[in-house]
Write a protein of this length. Sequence first.
Length: 127
Amino acid sequence: MELTHILFFISGVIAHMLYNRIVNLGYTAIMMKNTIDDCLIVLSSSIQTNIESHELKYLALEIAGRQDKYVEFQKQVDRSQLVTLQKTLIRNLRASVPRKYDYLIEFNDWDTAMSYINKKFNKRRLS
């Protein structure tokens, strides 16, 4: 009789551990997905702020009477730096996600990441 009690106890402990692992895996995947989405929102917001500050700089350059060639050159430099920054941000975000959660990342570059975020916002808005 006592052996059956011990076996029931051990099987209960094993079943409990298995259940906890399955539930925790689901919670962790949801948490990682939400974290990735939130990081993308923060990154896109900071890039948008960067773009707006560039526009203010161009306006200030025009008000200061700088030549059009100088302003155009500055725009080209800022565009190339912005593209480099976007690539770096996406690469670093992808690298920071653990390998076992790589399947949660549904984008490869800045454009696909912004398309993904726009779809998410549209889905939330329609819900």
